[in-house]
Write a protein that binds this ligand. Structure first.
Ligand code: NAD
Length: 251
């Protein structure tokens, strides 16, 4: 798969799935704009890409702030002149029983996971239309498809990502922009450390056992699916949410 001449944007690119996807996109020839809140971590990813012959820039962005998202797209066009691929991946988790969440919990999770995708798409689409089309991939989850107890707000937010993805895909189907989601199972990232505890913990082993393949996934396995959806190999694919989940949703 090659992305020479393409410009890709990755939100939540300073760690985990976003970081790995940014690196794989750059290795495949894309110029990469990395967006996130953490300047130091962002700088390290950019350094890793650029020192391996790729081309990347970091633009500090909180995806819940409209002016910052607009600035991100302006900076993308200023640096690289176009936008072809957008991976809207920034997200946070929140655990707890329904009755113990607060309104602030709800607003925080929905602001990042849903408003963040909404604002990102809003400014990415005009830039992609000017570039002659493109591919948007939003990060959903297996829990965008099914529920599990103990994370109602997060799960509702990922169901909302599914809805935004499908609707945007329909709105843009005739305009050269494909819009899809990737739906990871449990992937070994900082988020899973927070969600299920460190390597070897009972919770983590239980979570792995819930996946028919008997293990957690790796960020590189999600990145590979994102690159497929971003590529011309997926030219007739829009409005889907692709599970990458070791068989979790087949149960
Ligand atoms: P992660 O915590 O390493 O990555 C999330 C990234 O989003 C971080 O870099 C974080 O700083 C960034 N972020 C959070 N709020 C932000 C904001 N307001 N503006 C900009 N960036 C912000 O964890 P990850 O597992 O790599 O998560 C990436 C995505 O994958 C998330 O959307 C998550 O919900 C989703 N996901 C993860 C798993 C898993 O098991 N790890 C499973 C399904 C879906």
């Amino acid at each position: 798969m090659t992305f020479h001449g393409k410009v890709a944007l990755v939100t939540g690119g300073t760690s985990g799935i976003g970081r790995e996807t940014a690196i794989q996109l750059a290795q495949a020839g894309a110029k990469v704009v990395l967006a996130g809140r953490r300047t130091e971590e962002g700088g390290l990813v950019v350094e890793e890409i650029n020192s391996n012959g790729g081309e990347a820039v970091f633009v500090q962005t909180d995806v819940t702030k409209e002016d910052q998202v607009k600035h991100l797209i302006d900076e993308t066009l200023r640096h690289f002149g176009r936008l072809d691929i957008a991976f809207n991946n920034a997200g946070i988790e929140q655990l707890g029983p329904v009755t113990e969440f607060t309104e602030a919990d709800y607003r925080k999770v929905f602001d990042i996971n849903v408003l963040g995708v909404f604002l990102s798409q809003k400014y990415e689409i005009p830039a992609m239309l000017k570039s002659g089309g493109g591919s948007i991939i939003n990060t959903s989850s297996i829990v965008g498809h099914v529920a599990m107890p103990g994370a109602s707000i997060y799960i509702a937010s990922k169901h909302a990502v599914e809805g935004i993805t499908k609707t945007t895909a329909l709105e843009l189907a005739g305009q050269g922009i494909r819009v899809n989601a990737v739906a990871p199972g449990a992937i070994a990232t900082d988020m899973i450390d927070r969600f299920a505890g460190a390597e070897g913990s009972d919770n983590r082993q239980w979570l792995a056992s819930q996946h028919p393949m008997g293990r957690l996934g790796q960020s590189k396995e999600i990145a590979a699916a994102v690159l497929y959806l971003a590529s011309d190999a997926a030219s007739f694919t829009t409005g889907i949410s692709l599970p990458v989940d070791g068989g979790y949703l087949a149960k």
